[in-house]
Design a protein around this ligand. Structure first.
Ligand SMILES: *[C@@H]1O[C@H](CO)[C@@H](O)[C@H](O)[C@H]1NC(C)=O
Ligand SMILES: *[C@@H]1O[C@H](CO)[C@@H](O)[C@H](O)[C@H]1NC(C)=O
Length: 307
């Protein structure tokens, strides 16, 4: 899409959503296209005026990192019987909602097909998504070991490697559920609202949405106890790894030269959303300069931990 048509569709969409910035958003995950957390977030983005398109694995492929192979013809039914057995096709689309697509391969491959095929199929040939999101994952992606192995992060970093800014979302409360579960449990809608809040804050800060090679790794605390309303949550800038002797300091904020680790913030028991700034080249923490860029962009959203 050329710049003039991009401006035109952006302004038309802006009329629909008022203050927030409508965007073409590609969405993957690693729990599969029919997982409820993904669908709740998708519905929340659509309701908010975003042109969101899902491209995710037909099955749960958690823990597959950045694996990426050409999809093969599918023989088994998709998870939760969300597609029939013997489709004998490498990808599939919900015939009554073509924004919903599965890929018979890994999370990163799904993101690739979303960017190259399913997104442009909805937005128009050649349209590059404004933003890519993955998840919310069912369960945490905190710290080096989980982040390295995460298919959610793998899908996110596939997009970043194509020059598309991207965010990985994970919800601490587990329990896989089918897309058509009724009633939708609070945890699924709450995680969707929190993820939308972060997404809109990134978009509202303008382009470039994120520095090159950078992704955001977002974890949302368990939905329990006092953490059952979006207004109870606060957003904390964190780091992925515990600093080693080789680490240089983080961007100074909240009276400290080190950011709290996402693990310590998620273990705290408070109602927090941790936001770490990662690099896709090695899935570790980004430079202090890139952290500062994100800090400035999200300053209206972020808070400090209580002293
Ligand atoms: C396909 O889309 C229709 C219409 O939105 C919906 O009722 C149905 O549950 C969807 N099925 C799957 C597996 O996504
Ligand atoms: C919930 O909030 C109340 C009031 O702030 C506090 O006293 C209580 O300890 C909190 N409960 C938990 C489980 O954090």
């Amino acid at each position: 899409m050329g710049v003039p048509s991009l401006l035109k569709s952006a302004s038309v969409a802006a009329l629909l959503v008022g203050a927030s910035e409508a965007a073409n958003i590609i969405q993957a995950n690693d729990d599969g296209w029919a997982e409820l957390y993904l669908r709740s977030f998708h519905n929340a983005m659509i309701a908010d005026g975003h042109d969101a398109v899902v491209s995710a694995p037909g099955s749960d492929l958690s823990g597959s990192g950045s694996l990426n192979t050409t999809p093969t013809d599918r023989i088994l039914a998709c998870e939760y019987d969300s597609c029939p057995a013997d489709t004998l096709t490498p990808t599939g689309t919900n015939a009554s909602d073509t924004r919903l697509n599965w890929v018979n391969s890994f999370p990163a491959t799904s993101m690739e097909y979303g960017i190259n095929e399913f997104g442009p199929g909805i937005w128009g040939a050649g349209t590059v998504p404004d933003l890519a999101v993955a998840g919310p994952n069912v369960g945490s992606n905190i710290g080096f070991i989980q982040v390295e192995g995460s298919g959610t992060v793998g899908a996110t970093c596939y997009a970043v490697d194509q020059g598309i800014p991207a965010i990985a979302f994970s919800g601490i409360t587990t329990g896989n559920l089918a897309w058509d579960t009724e009633p939708v449990p609070l945890r699924s809608t709450l995680y969707a609202e929190l993820a939308l809040e972060v997404t809109n804050a990134v978009l509202a800060a303008g382009t470039p949405y994120l520095p090159d090679d950078v992704f955001l790794n977002v974890n949302m605390a368990a939905v329990e106890g006092n953490c059952t309303d979006t207004s109870a949550f606060s957003y904390i800038l964190t780091r992925i790894n515990t600093p080693s002797i080789l680490s240089t300091s983080d961007t100074p904020t909240c009276g400290d030269t080190w950011l709290p680790t996402e693990t310590s913030v998620m273990d705290d028991g408070g109602c927090y959303v941790s936001i770490s700034v990662g690099t896709c080249s090695d899935k570790t923490d980004a430079s202090a300069a890139d952290q500062l860029t994100v800090l400035n962009k999200l300053s209206g959203l972020l808070s400090c931990l209580p002293a």
